[in-house]
Design a protein around this ligand. Structure first.
Ligand code: C2E
Ligand code: MG
Ligand code: MG
Length: 736
């Protein structure tokens, strides 16, 4: 059996759902991770910006404090007034450069004229101030205003600081500008308002300055980004008091979220892999489970339509296929042959070799049948040892017969069953569809009748359903019902009597009762066929008893030394037979010694105990046993002694040979001599010629029966013969 393991729709649906959910979960987790990282990075960036801005503010305040250390000083005021350039250089300009890193310093008089200038630690011409003046002017003016109208002291009582600061851009370079007046630190030096000298400090916001600020907050890559360069997210603008952007402080953005993500990536990947693995495993399990489910479903389906012993289609599937096949065949105008096959004597093998051997035989038979037919044909097991075969596209009966013959010869080959080698045969019934209008039931019935016919005709053969088989069956049914009516006393059957003569051909020794079918319609039916139907339909017992009592009743009223009645083998197999005979003899009053029972030799070679006992019982009571039709069957002489036969009747086919066949004569002579030697009487039947009669008498045969002497007669005709009717006296007495 082959079962496809395609995933079921359910499995696919579940797999899809799970995968979708997993993908969804993955997207959510990853999305959330990135979102959290981005959020944290953004918050961190804001913080970094605040750090830088604060750092810058701190630096500006620091520049002022550094300046304050020299501007509030008596010496500064006096030396500046005195124009002491050396002192100024040492204490107010180069000092500021070397000690604090202020890049440019200018000292201005009350009219804002530069009296001293220092650039990068070197004293330069005071006129250098001109280059920077435009940028410095607003802040200078701001301080002058402040000095002219100093603000009130603040809440803490401290006088307001006299300072003006701003961010400026000098020659394109942003810088911190801080301006303070030079004021005395004591009362020893006085200074009139409006006469103050100013100290101007410029510190460029370069990478060194920025680096110091960034180092405090552990930010890396901090640098000045001039306006000419592109600026990233991690940047703080340098804005002057008028809101003009002079440049940016940029740095390498610290991204803790991203960093965390990067650090966690391997662990996360591993976790995802594990989760994915578990998912794959679970899905695989699901598929397997579902495949197993599908398999068992397929198996159940398979079992419902197949025979477990052979694996062949069972009756249900077979009938379904037959119907379909016939439908298609009808459409394309082809014919279908249906073969019914039955093993002969299967029961016998089962009984003697056991059921396992029987099963094995069925299995092997199935295999051989399958081998022999084509792939497109169907062989099914209908039960027990019955098989049915559907053959497609069969043009005529001969083609079907060929296949049947092939099947039969294949089955005739020996079978090896467990320990035994056996030979079996089979019978086949064939029915062909008619083409356009074949009905499955009709075909099944016909194949069945043909099989029955094959069995009846000797087994080990096939039979094609013929139209008249149907008629035969109908006729059989009719005969059966007529026979039942007759036995119920409605008439229709009667007996004829054929006398048996002594060698002189005149003296009547006895007579044989032969049944006659008196029915008008079925009158033509041969006696043998009529008896066969009675046997088949289980009516032979009743019919036999009727014949027996009819014959005995007749014989009682005659002078006949004996009356012979034919007995079917089936009757002899019946356990109560001897008793029935005794009963009839009592009823009719016929002396047992006047009754002879004729049966065929087939029965005698059966070694059947029931038959043996019946024969012995009957002989003991005085009834004589006659072996009928000797020479047609096995013609075995052994049972002549074994069963102590009283008489044998040479069959008429044998008698007929005497006329021309020398060897037949020799055999007949030996036979007769042997029988007589064993004390067995011999009757020759079917004697039709004088020559036959003369030869038989010459061989020692004392009893003759046949048309030459007399055909079977009506009772009245027989009574009219001399020797039978010589007892008129007695008959008169009986009548009286
Ligand atoms: P059988 O017992 O051998 O009977 C002799 C048959 O040979 C009879 O045929 C008879 O008519 C026929 N016959 C007699 N002389 C000649 C002859 O010279 N030439 C030819 N050609 N035939 C001759 P019938 O009556 O048709 O019976 C046929 C068989 O049917 C009998 O063969 C017997 O076996 C069986 N039978 C007849 N009546 C009964 C019966 O009541 N019960 C049973 N069980 N079988 C019966
Ligand atoms: Mg007979
Ligand atoms: Mg006979």
């Amino acid at each position: 059996m082959s079962v496809r393991h395609n995933s079921s729709p359910l499995t696919r649906q579940v797999t899809l759902t799970v995968l979708t959910l997993a993908a969804f979960a993955l997207v959510i987790v990853a999305g959330f991770g990135f979102y959290a990282a981005a959020q944290s990075d953004e918050a961190s960036l804001e913080r970094q910006k605040i750090f830088i801005a604060d750092g810058l503010k701190d630096r500006i305040a620091e520049v002022q404090r550094e300046q304050e250390s020299v501007t509030v000083w008596d010496d500064s005021v006096t030396n500046v007034r005195a124009g002491n350039q050396a002192w100024i250089e040492e204490n107010l300009s180069t000092w500021m450069y070397t000690y604090y890193g202020h890049n440019r310093v200018y000292v201005l008089d009350a009219a804002n004229h530069a009296i001293h200038a220092m650039w990068e630690g070197k004293v330069v011409e005071a006129s250098a101030f001109g280059a920077d003046e435009p940028e410095l002017r607003p802040t200078i003016d701001k301080l002058r205003h402040l000095l002219a109208a100093p603000p009130k002291a603040d809440a803490s009582g401290q006088p307001a600081k006299m300072v003006a600061q701003d961010l400026v851009s000098l020659q394109g370079k942003p810088a911190i500008l801080s301006i303070m007046p030079l004021v005395p630190s004591s009362d020893r030096v006085t200074q009139a308002p409006g006469t103050e000298y100013l100290h101007v400090s410029v510190e460029f916001i370069n990478d060194t300055v920025i680096g110091k600020i960034a180092a405090k907050y552990l930010l890396e890559g901090a640098r000045l980004v001039p306006l000419s360069q592109p600026v990233g997210a991690a940047a703080v603008p340098l804005v002057d008091s008028h809101g003009v952007i002079l440049g940016y402080v940029g740095w390498d953005q610290e991204q803790p979220g991203l960093t965390l993500m990067r650090k966690m990536a391997p662990a996360l990947t591993l976790a995802l892999l594990v989760a994915g693995g578990v998912l794959v495993f679970l899905l695989h399990r699901l598929r397997r489970t579902s495949a197993a489910l599908q398999t068992s479903q397929d198996q159940a389906q398979y079992l419902a339509f197949h025979d477990t012993l052979t694996g062949l289609p069972n009756r249900a599937l077979f009938e379904d296929r037959l119907r379909r096949t016939l439908l298609f065949a009808g459409q394309d105008g082809t014919r279908v042959a249906l073969l019914y096959l039955d093993l002969d004597r299967f029961k016998h093998i089962n009984d003697t070799l056991g059921h396992p051997a029987g099963d094995e035989l069925v299995r092997q038979t199935a295999a051989r049948l399958k081998q022999t037919i084509r792939e497109v044909d169907t062989v099914a097991r209908l039960g027990g040892d019955e098989f049915a075969i559907i053959l497609l596209d069969i043009p005529d009966a001969v083609s079907a017969e060929d296949i049947a013959e092939r099947l039969l010869s294949k089955l005739r080959e020996s079978f090896r069953l467990i320990d035994d080698q056996v030979f079996v045969s089979a019978s086949i019934g064939i029915a062909l569809s008619s083409g356009s209008d074949s009905d499955a039931d009709d075909l099944l019935r016909k194949a069945d009748i043909a099989l029955y016919e094959a069995k009846k005709n000797g087994r080990g053969r096939y039979e094609v359903f013929a139209g008249d088989m149907d008629d035969l069956l109908l006729r059989k049914r009719k005969v059966e019902s007529e026979l039942r009516k007759a036995l119920d006393g409605e008439g229709g059957i009667k007996l004829a009597y054929q006398p048996v003569f002594a060698a002189d051909g005149r003296r009547i020794l006895g007579a044989e009762a032969l049944i006659r079918w008196g029915h008008e319609v079925h009158g033509a039916l041969p006696v043998a066929q009529f008896i066969a139907i009675a046997e088949e339909r289980g009516l032979i017992g009743e019919l036999g008893k009727w014949v027996l009592s009819e014959a005995c009743r007749f014989a009682v009223g005659t002078e006949l030394p004996w009356i012979a009645v034919n007995i079917s083998p089936m009757q002899l197999r019946d356990v109560g037979f001897a008793e029935d005979v005794a009963g009839i003899l009592r009823e009719t009053g016929l002396d047992p010694s006047r009754l002879q029972l004729e049966t065929t030799e087939g029965v005698l070679i059966e070694h059947n105990e029931t038959i043996g006992t019946a024969i012995a019982t009957l002989r003991q009571s005085g009834v004589r046993i006659v072996l009928d039709d000797f020479g047609t069957g096995y013609s075995s002489l052994s049972y002549l002694r074994r069963h102590a036969i009283d008489k044998l009747k040479l069959d008429r086919s044998f008698v007929r040979l005497l006329d021309e066949d020398q060897s037949a004569r020799a055999i007949a002579k030996t036979l007769i001599e042997l029988a007589l030697a064993l004390n067995v009487e011999v009757t020759a039947e079917g004697v039709e010629t004088d020559m036959q009669k003369a030869l038989l008498v010459g061989m020692g045969c004392q009893q003759l029966q046949g048309y030459l002497l007399s055909p079977p007669l009506e009772p009245g005709q027989l009574l009219a013969l001399p020797g039978v009717s010589s007892a008129d006296r007695e008959r008169s007495a009986v009548r009286a």
